[in-house]
Design a protein around this ligand. Structure first.
Ligand SMILES: [Zn+2]
Length: 444
């Protein structure tokens, strides 16, 4: 964060892809061993299971404070934004503070989160960047810091501070509203307009009121639609909306089409006023459905469509790249349009995660075990089928096995998206699935 030229942006994008997907050469060589064998039996009507509340409760509390200690709230510490910076740790404290099981700890969790965010906001305001993506980025920029700070201050009863942060968040959006923003690809989730919508919807949900005005969100939707149409036409794609990020047309949640469409589909008032846009979004989602592989996965990017590489990348089962991230779009499409094909595709994705989701890349929510356990919790919330809660609980249990000790240590092992901070959100959600939500990725 706080980079100041496009070359550095490009380096960050490349580094993120390598962190998420692994080096290309490594991919080709190790695709068969990307995940641990899932040795657990799948759920049957006679299966009985129990969540180990005592262990999880203790481990979560020990771990969130330990992770925060490792990621101090300094200027360097807040670099990486919500994704791998200190503010992501404050998010975990906030996530836990909303849980019934941590009601006794709520005040202390919020007090610590507020301390972190007070410092982070102060640093963010003092260090203006010449790179607009530093200002308006949600997962990797200051907009995410302002959004989280607003929610944390609000929960802690500091309303004036909260309102100031909402103003900062709205102001940050002015950087990505112009069509000229981020020629390298300004529509995706990490630093682009979809991320800004993600933050806006999250803020409105947390405040239970329209704190980010409708016209701000609608402007972003208009720009995203226009950008996707233009790019698709320029490349003669059959699919009406296509986006590129550093010359790659990603499909997964990180930088890709699925999370962009997901955010548009979550903007109910926009869709009500823009029926044509909804038709284009639906056509694009239906095109994505045709890309689901026999195994239930999705290609990493448009360059892999119809090539042998799809078979190799069938093993890339990550939230960031693959079915675990596209899953949220599929479920959202089912909620919106009530057509069973979306639920069928989501169920196939969830079955793939059960088979290949115990990743060797670590515990995190971006490309780790917890991220692949989250879709089970969403399925359980929707249909109350105990199979999915059982599966999520098995993924939680796997984090305590000898096999898991052989997994890799992530680049940012204490962070929200790659490390234990996000994993603790997952474990807390396994204990209380009725309020489970992948951080910032709620779909209803
Ligand atoms: Zn990742």
């Amino acid at each position: 964060m706080f980079r100041n030229n496009d070359r550095n942006n490009r380096e960050v994008a490349d580094a993120l892809f390598v962190r998420c997907a692994g080096h290309k050469k490594e991919d080709d060589m190790s695709s068969r061993t990307r995940h641990f064998l899932n040795k657990a039996d799948d759920y049957t009507p006679t299966t009985s299971y129990a969540v180990d509340y005592f262990t999880l409760n203790k481990d979560i509390l020990d771990n969130v404070y330990h992770s925060l200690e490792k990621q101090k709230c300094t200027q360097t510490g807040i670099e990486g934004g919500l994704y791998v910076g200190t503010c992501g740790n404050a998010y975990t404290l906030y996530h836990l503070s909303k849980k019934k099981r941590f009601a006794k700890e709520r005040d202390e969790l919020l007090r610590v989160a507020t301390d972190v965010m007070r410092t982070a906001v102060d640093i963010a305001r003092r260090n203006k960047s010449r790179d607009p993506s530093d200002e308006c980025g949600f997962l990797l920029g200051k907009a995410g810091i302002y959004a989280l700070a607003a929610a944390v201050f609000h929960a802690n009863g500091e309303e004036m501070m909260a309102q100031d942060c909402i103003k900062d968040f709205i102001c940050a959006g002015s950087h990505c509203a112009p069509s000229s923003y981020a020629r390298f690809g300004g529509d995706e989730l990490f630093v682009g307009r979809a991320g800004y919508i993600c933050g806006s919807l999250w803020l409105n949900r947390e405040f239970k009121s329209q704190v980010v005005p409708e016209d701000v969100i609608h402007t972003m939707c208009d720009k995203i639609l226009q950008s996707g149409r233009n790019y698709s036409r320029s490349k003669n794609f059959y699919c009406p909306l296509v986006y590129s990020y550093y010359k790659t047309e990603y499909i997964g949640a990180a930088h890709g089409l699925s999370s962009i469409l997901q955010m548009l589909l979550c903007c109910d008032s926009y869709l009500e006023k823009n029926k044509l846009a909804e038709v284009e979004i639906k056509k694009t989602v239906d095109y994505l459905l045709t890309l689901q592989t026999a195994g239930g996965n999705f290609p990493c990017d448009f360059g892999e469509i119809g090539t042998e590489a799809t078979v190799v990348r069938d093993e890339l089962v990550h939230w960031c790249h693959g079915a675990p991230g596209v899953f949220y779009l599929l479920l959202k499409a089912f909620y919106r349009w009530h057509e069973s094909k979306y639920l069928v595709a989501a169920t196939r994705a969830a079955d793939l995660m059960w088979e290949k989701g115990l990743l060797k890349k670590g515990p995190g929510i971006c490309h780790g075990v917890a991220g692949n356990g989250y879709p089970f919790l969403l399925m359980f919330k929707m249909n109350k089928d105990p199979k999915y809660h059982y599966r999520a609980n098995e993924f939680a249990k796997f984090l305590y096995t000898e096999d898991f000790k052989k997994s890799r240590v992530p680049d940012a092992p204490h962070s929200l998206y790659e490390g234990y901070a996000g994993t603790m959100c997952f474990l807390a959600d396994v204990m209380e699935p009725e309020t489970a939500a992948f951080p910032f990725f709620e779909i209803n």
